[in-house]
Design a protein around this ligand. Sequence first.
Ligand code: MN
Length: 229
Amino acid sequence: MSPFVFAPDAGVTLDVQGSDARFPVNRVFCLGRNYPWGDAQDAVRQAPMFFMKPASAVLQAGGELAYPPLTREFCHEIELVVAIGTGGGDIPESSALEHVWGYAAGLDLTRRDLQMAAKAAGQPWEAAKAFDGSAPIGAVVPVSRIGHPDRGAVWLQVNGVERQRSSLEQQIWSVSEIISRLSQSIALRPGDLIMTGTPPGVAALEPGDVISAGIDGIGELSVRVGARR
Ligand code: MN
């Protein structure tokens, strides 16, 4: 007899580039502002701001993405995704990269109208950030293949028109700093993903839009936005 009262969820996994093995996703942490946006640059180094998405929000990029409910301002954010392979708490910056299994390009999709309402009301961001399908992510590329990229273009196009372009050198918090700071707050676990913030140029998507995005040296992804329901 099954020890479970119903069948447990099989969990979410991501493709691994160059392998049939899969990367099992544990939790998804996201970093707030991590590139210069023109405004608010004075405050950016004070403290990194983290929020979360559920692992169930992650989907392998490619194919169609449902336009989410309850929004009229569904926005794209291209981000470097750090895939943790070795957990730990209070990780020093000097050894932080040893905890990284690989990297991917991903989208922190956002119901911007709900985020603005939450900010104005001093409420949490879950409704804006943690909805189903809010984290399409490309294949995870192992560190054993590409090392730890700290430069390279970060870009996103909608229907072939460029919306976002920056480079990893522009990141305010390095991957080592992000891992160290986050692990002071919670103990990281294998399979955790960290989405590291997006450059300027975020904008709304419409049904039928095709997103192409990537990070040079890491990978690309493409998704099509489905109809409003
Ligand atoms: Mn973001």
